[in-house]
Write a new protein. Sequence first.
Length: 327
Amino acid sequence: MEINNINGEWQQKDLFNELVQARDLVKKLRIHLDKSSPAGEVLLEDAISALDRALSTTTRSGWDVAPTHLTSTRINTTGSVESPPLKNCSPRSDVSDPHSTDILKRRKIQPTWTEKVSVGSGAGIEGSSNDCYSWRKYGQKDIHGAKHPRSYYRCTYRNNQGCLATRQVQRSSEDPSVYDVTYRGKHSCIQASHLQTKQKNQCKNENGDHKEEDQKQKPSQEGLFENFGKGLRIKTEDELFNSQKLSSSSSSFSFPSSMPVDCVKMENCNFSPFDRNYFSSSYHVQLNGEDTNTIHTSNHRQSDFDDAVLLDLVELNQYSPFDYFHP
DNA sequence: ATAATTTGACCCTT
DNA sequence: AAGGGTCAAATTAT
């Protein structure tokens, strides 16, 4: 660990990064110990909670913990939560337009965050996610140094509603069972408000409401991200923890009502950057009624946040992660 | 016929 | 110049 005593700032950053790394490693360990004794699970949850509290303390104490070197899972948010619809927005034509720089800047400052989706080997689903939104693939690239190509998706309603939300999906080089999913931009399309008003409904049903559009969607080659989760159930860590305390004999769990990943994430997204729950907002997902297919999604929002920007925004009351998921 | 995906090319950023 | 993000024509699927 690099030591730098200049006003102590680097030490704080290093410690923060180490805490983040330790917590993520413990979470990874949990995946491997999932089928082991419930007592071990409880201990792991305790460890994660302790790390979360430590991390929470660092931010509450006003540490300057903006990452000095960022992990691949860094979440970076840049201010503007608004992403006004843009008509006929073509980057190439934009650049020759006098307003192009504005548009490019606006696109540049789109909020961005990354999630990791880990799929158990027995799942047979390669890796995918359902965030209740309709996505359309528009590109794929081989990324330098990465084993697997990166797929690019944009909102299905980009053309007719000007929704600029995009998503990137890339299989992790280190762990093929993990997919890095990077979201950029806030949905401004009708489905966003639709999901907000009906977020308590199952996304399966929600998708049914958009039957005409969704039936035209087909799974991407990656598999999968499009339809995965339609049969998923999800539980937050706290709920998992509580249920494990109540019934430590079972490592299986399910949500009272089947709820696709991001629907639940939205519903449970009542965290604040200063709330320790915000740090432990990862989710355990399992296929409907299939205990053998336990899927974990880890939300790395806090650990990877550009903390300096986030804290500034929170101080200015301009940003709330909760708001972010409620377009 | 229509919509989604694939893929080479283009453009921007670093 | 290299790498990443996007476009758009061609291809494939429904």
